[in-house]
Design a protein around this ligand. Structure first.
Ligand code: FE2
Length: 376
């Protein structure tokens, strides 16, 4: 049993004790890192950046780093069975292990969070090579997921010490993906508020939006969600828990197949969602489809939008509006055989919310997939 949350934070909310500069990278533990990197290059347009493995002096694993604009993904696989990473993959399948956050002071980030009750994953460590030094530290969050704090202001290399630049002849064009908009965690029954409290007290985040099972339920499946944001809004972590419905919640299906709590989806931002999704589809990325009836009354629900309706309908892109503007979004099917991790592609045009108006149509689409898997 983990102890995650201790006493209430002593700091007033006005002082950000954990200033975050954004998402540094997302690291996935996968069964075959070489092939995973190839998939994300081919299908999503990531570019080769760095590699670590036996050839660079790392004996127990291989890691491939790919990048597109401000998005950095790392795919890591163990080289032998006697390795905790192998246990992670056996239990969870391919999935997100590290949500790494960029900070100015990784030692202080670790000190501040562990003093507030975070369980340490990695004490501050300085990694050095000819390109400078990089400081890393880390804490545990939900499930087996980890937040690393990365301080790279004194590092000039491709990624970090231990890695070498990865140059390949094969380099598919980018697809317009820009940066991580948000990362969603699925946690167990009645665990949402525990993790809300963790992000508030241990990391200084605040709850900016809440959805209960009245907002997010269809005839069958339900969930509850609270969106946590850090002080400057660069890092947003919605937390979902399953809710009782007539049949199995999509969050429960995730928990069953991931065998525990973990990252449900990573939302990737674009400035031109029609172009990006057209490109992704042409490269074989599969998306959830809503019925065409969704588009019949779309404009009466969301008002004027700059985009033509036809390509949105052809691609299955959803639209929602809040007080500040609107957003366009679409969700991939799970990107592995277990119905676990998927991606969202999102274009914000002023809106800071998460597409609440699309939940019903979207969750009905998810349930059709659950039904096909025999999990509803
Ligand atoms: Fe999302």
């Amino acid at each position: 049993m983990e102890t995650v949350v201790t006493a209430a934070a002593a700091q007033p909310a006005t002082q950000d004790f954990l200033p975050l500069q954004g998402t540094d990278y997302v690291e996935f533990y996968v069964g075959n890192a070489k092939q995973a990197a190839h998939f994300y290059k081919t299908a999503f347009g990531f570019q080769s950046l760095a590699y670590a493995g036996p050839e660079t002096g790392v004996k127990d694993r291989a890691s491939y780093v790919v990048r597109q604009n401000k998005l950095t993904f790392v795919f890591t696989t163990p080289l032998r069975s006697q390795n905790p990473m192998a246990d992670h993959i056996y239990k969870h399948g391919d999935g997100v292990k590290m949500l790494a956050l960029k900070v100015a002071d990784a030692a202080d980030a670790w000190k501040q969070t562990t003093a507030r009750g975070a369980r340490s994953y990695q004490e501050p460590i300085t990694l050095t090579d000819a390109d400078g030094e990089l400081v890393l530290s880390g804490i545990h969050t939900y499930g087996d997921t980890v937040h690393l704090f990365v301080e790279r202001k004194n590092y000039r290399g491709a990624f970090m010490p231990g890695f070498r630049k990865w140059e390949t002849l094969y380099q598919p064009a980018e697809t317009g993906l820009l940066y991580v908009d948000h990362c969603v965690g699925n946690v167990g029954w009645n665990q949402m508020n525990r993790w809300v409290k963790f992000y508030e007290e241990v990391m200084g985040f605040r709850n900016i939006l809440s959805f209960d099972d009245n907002d997010i339920s269809t005839e069958y499946s339900a969930l509850m969600s609270k969106v946590m944001s850090n002080g400057n809004g660069f890092v947003k972590f919605p937390i979902n828990e399953p809710a009782e419905g007539k049949k199995k919640s999509q969050v429960e299906e995730y928990l069953d197949y991931y065998d525990g709590e973990g990252c449900q989806h990573v939302a990737l931002a674009t400035n031109d969602i029609v172009k990006t999704v057209t490109e992704l589809r042409n490269r074989g990325v599969e998306f959830l489809q809503v019925p065409s009836s969704y588009y019949a009354d779309l404009l009466s629900r969301v008002g004027h939008i700059d985009e033509d309706l036809r390509p949105l309908e052809e691609l299955g892109i959803l639209v929602d509006r809040d007080d500040e503007g609107y957003l366009l979004q679409i969700f991939t099917k799970p990107v592995e055989d277990r119905p676990t991790l998927f991606f969202e592609i999102i274009q914000r045009k002023g809106a800071k919310s998460f597409g609440k108006g699309n939940f019903k149509a979207l969750f009905e689409a998810i349930e059709r997939e659950q039904e096909l898997r025999g999990n509803l």
